[in-house]
Write a protein that binds this ligand. Structure first.
Ligand code: NAD
Length: 377
């Protein structure tokens, strides 16, 4: 069977769904691999590297022969017209709020798997794209903050005087927040962090940062069984704002990563809080694509308000594309391997497998995922 790795058509998407390592693995599984020319260029993987790994370099049109397509983003309507009916697509399909696009996948007759829905269980850790990409986003957020900050981060005692360590505050300590803490600590910053989930407190301390939160009864119950945060009450949010208000005024860099599954990102930093920060301070809003944690953050832009920079970069993992692709491609292949029958060296999907059930959106011309039952044709 033939597997195709296209070049992403979105100009803001430098990542690619394959690497030399994963191509070798896919060939080992018994597949013919075609990589679209230039697919890896923005991730620093030249065609010749894919070729050396055993792939054939092809064109976008080769997708018409593909039984499997490994991608980063959801294919556009135009792209889908070239896909073979019955082809398997594995990508980050971003289905929530995109019902029409999900229906389009069904109508195209493809079996589409969305990697964001991978259950966070031990068996699927190696396939967890949210973690692999959020981890890099957390790292990159600190690197971006350091670049925007016109002062040094570590304390430096020099003959010409002492430079104080920068104060960094991380709001939202999931996968991205934990990596941001670790990275800021490595750069010598004094780090504090907040979250609404009590489990985070110990993790923050173990990374050498100080935890700050409103620890009331609601806080004690804020974690769902799935490990995610609940949306907090208005009362809690007011208490949280009062607590962080004075703290933020003393911070040099604030990195926000707070998300609630299926809801807009919580607003954690108001305009008034921004106004109290020193000129030259930097805010990085990693939640900007989901509505933003910081008032005044603009998606895709760095804006300056009274000398305070608010950074709203899109696709932050894409800012570290070579590493992001390396890990993402590995996530994809780890999942794809579970769909392959080792004896016949071809795809045999077990629709009773919990990984398949969790991630398959469309199959046989229908929307099959329970979360999109109303979209089902
Ligand atoms: P996320 O991206 O959904 O959210 C980021 C953080 O924002 C979370 O820590 C959340 O608690 C926090 N947050 C939400 N509302 C907030 C508010 N009002 N104020 C402050 N912070 C707020 O989270 P994530 O990175 O996907 O991690 C979610 C959970 O999944 C964690 O418990 C993590 O340890 C767990 N996880 C498990 C696995 C696994 O078992 N394989 C893998 C990755 C993550």
């Amino acid at each position: 069977q033939t597997l195709f790795i296209p070049k992403e058509i979105d100009a803001n998407e430098p990542r690619v769904g394959g690497s030399a390592e994963t191509v070798k693995k896919l060939i080992g599984l018994g597949f013919t691999v075609i990589v679209e020319t230039g697919a890896g260029t923005a991730s620093r993987i030249p065609d010749r590297e894919f070729e050396a790994a055993g792939a054939t370099i092809g064109k976008a049109a080769n997708v018409k022969d593909a039984d499997v397509v490994l991608k980063v983003r959801r294919p556009s309507s135009a792209e889908l017209t070239s896909y073979k009916r019955g082809a398997i697509i594995i990508a980050m399909l971003d289905p929530y709020g995109n019902d029409a696009a999900v229906k389009e996948l069904a109508d195209a007759g493809v079996t589409a798997f969305t990697m964001e829905f991978m259950p966070r269980i031990t068996r699927a850790q190696v396939m967890d794209v949210l973690s692999s990409q959020a981890n890099l986003a957390g790292y990159q957020a600190v690197v971006d903050a350091a670049a925007e900050y016109d002062r040094a981060l570590p304390m430096m005692m020099t003959a010409a005087g002492t430079v104080p360590a920068a104060k960094v505050f991380i709001m939202g300590v999931g996968v991205a927040g934990l990596q941001a803490i670790a990275t800021a600590r490595r750069l010598g910053a004094v780090v504090t962090a907040t979250d609404v989930r009590p489990a985070v407190k110990e993790q923050v301390a173990s990374l050498g940062a100080k935890f700050l939160a409103v620890e009331d009864e609601e806080f004690k119950a804020a974690e769902t069984a799935g490990g995610y945060a609940k949306e907090m009450s208005k009362e809690y949010q007011a208490k949280q704002a009062a607590l962080v208000n004075d703290h933020i005024a003393k911070q040099d860099i604030v990195i926000t990563t707070a998300l609630i599954p299926g809801r807009p990102a919580p607003r954690l930093v108001t305009r008034e809080m921004v106004a109290r920060m020193r000129p030259g301070s930097v805010l990085i809003d990693l939640a900007v694509e989901r509505g933003g944690n910081v008032e005044g953050a603009v998606a895709g832009k760095v804006v300056e308000v009274d000398g305070v920079k608010i950074v709203g970069h899109l696709n932050v993992p894409g800012r570290i594309a070579a590493t992001a692709s390396q890990l993402y491609a590995k996530n994809l292949v780890a999942f794809f391997e579970t769909l392959v029958d080792k004896d016949s060296k071809s795809v045999k999907i077990n629709f009773d497998d919990e990984l398949v059930k969790a991630t398959v959106l469309t199959h046989g011309g229908k929307v099959v995922h329970p979360n999109f039952a109303s979209t089902a044709s």
